[in-house]
Write a protein of this length. Structure first.
Length: 374
């Protein structure tokens, strides 16, 4: 199935998804001559397809979940893509602003994205499997929360409100890769509804100007106007809120939480990793670690890799939003506040740990060892 929109004015107010294709969703034309206008005034997911191509035209998306999403859970082993090559796009989402479950490429156009004001979603998001955000042209402003912030893996960009890189990978875990964020200002980024937001170079030339539509503490901006020799200043309501210099994508998946933790299980150490038991379904009692198992369970380490990082936040958030199921040891590890359920509070606590705001103190629960029978 392919949906191609090459002209006209389309306005959608939907209780579910706005415009959705199971495979290709193409808007505009590759040669840039088509000029359709898309207005999604209300939807869950605004624009969705396994491969989304925005070639030309213009559009506004207001959504309760992701604004633009490259995904289709019915396709197994499919390579999702989100490509923006031209046009003018404004996204106001209460989930991820622009989200690809695979790779994302920005090669042209003007895209302004406001993501969710809550931790657990970002203005920009890419897949978890080493996927990339490649910027070769155009202008992109992503404004949202820093707990799930993604920056380009290839291309030039500036960041305000970055975490500065560097939070350990947990017990024996490998820390996520530093995203290369270069914010030198010391003031916090505090954007609210109605805030004027400007980015200027050292000569006072404005490279970005916008109006905040919700709470945000992170901005990633990329444009061909950026000069690696320049220092850029962020102004919120006319007051300087930090400076930044140009960063270059590392070519690797974005992250940004420093070196791994010490110790942890190693082959032959005698302390075996925890094996997930059979778990409960949503709404049932939380499972209890069974007898006869050895090791320790690190709360927050939902994917059981020995580290607490962004992938754990994503997994818990997907469970809370009923996008994915979770059971056994993962379900136990996700209940970081030990209240017998997994909800948005657990997502926020794990996000705060990953970003260094408030540590979970690597709380561990002992798993009973097998005792000798008479």
């Amino acid at each position: 199935e392919t949906i191609s929109i090459t002209g006209g004015v389309i306005t959608v107010a939907a209780s579910d998804d706005g415009i959705k294709s199971d495979y290709y969703l193409n808007i505009g034309s590759e040669d840039g001559t088509a000029s359709p206008e898309i207005n999604i005034t209300q939807a869950s997911e605004g624009l969705e397809g396994a491969i989304v191509n925005l070639w030309s035209g213009k559009g506004t998306v207001v959504s309760s979940d992701d604004g633009i999403n490259a995904a289709n859970s019915d396709l197994k082993g499919f390579t999702y893509e989100l490509n923006i090559a031209g046009g003018t796009w404004y996204i106001n989402a209460n989930g991820d602003g622009v989200d690809s479950n695979g790779n994302m490429t920005i090669s042209g156009g003007y895209t302004e994205v406001f993501g969710s004001p809550n931790n657990g979603n970002g203005a920009l998001d890419i897949g978890d499997n080493g996927n990339t955000l490649v910027v070769t042209g155009g202008t992109l402003a992503g404004i949202g929360m820093n707990s799930m912030a993604v920056v380009p893996t290839t291309g030039s960009y500036i960041v305000f409100g970055g975490n500065g890189g560097g939070f350990g990978g947990g017990r024996g875990g490998r820390g996520s890769q530093n995203s290369g964020e270069q914010q030198t200002g010391t003031l916090a980024v505090n954007i609210t509804n109605g805030s004027s937001v400007e980015i200027k170079d050292s000569q006072g030339n404005t490279v970005y100007s916008g109006i905040g539509v919700k709470s945000a503490n992170h901005i990633v901006f990329t444009s061909q106007q950026l000069d690696s020799a320049e220092t850029y200043t962020l102004y919120i309501n006319g007051s300087a809120s930090g400076t930044a210099t140009v960063s270059q994508g590392s070519g690797q998946a974005s992250g940004g939480f420093g070196p791994g933790g010490q110790g942890g299980w190693q082959p032959g150490s005698g302390d075996q990793p925890f094996t997930p038991p059979d778990g409960s379904q949503d709404g049932e009692d939380m499972p209890t670690p069974p007898d006869g198992m050895q090791g320790k369970l690190l709360f927050g380490d939902v994917n059981l890799d020995g580290a607490i990082n962004v992938s754990d936040i994503v997994k818990v958030a997907a469970y809370v939003k009923t996008i994915r199921t979770m059971e056994g040891a993962s379900l136990i590890a996700a209940d970081v506040n030990h209240d017998g359920r997994v909800d948005v509070t657990d997502v926020s606590m794990i996000a705060a740990h990953v970003t260094g705001v408030k540590s979970l103190f690597e709380q561990e629960t002992e798993i009973p060892t097998e005792t000798e029978q008479d």
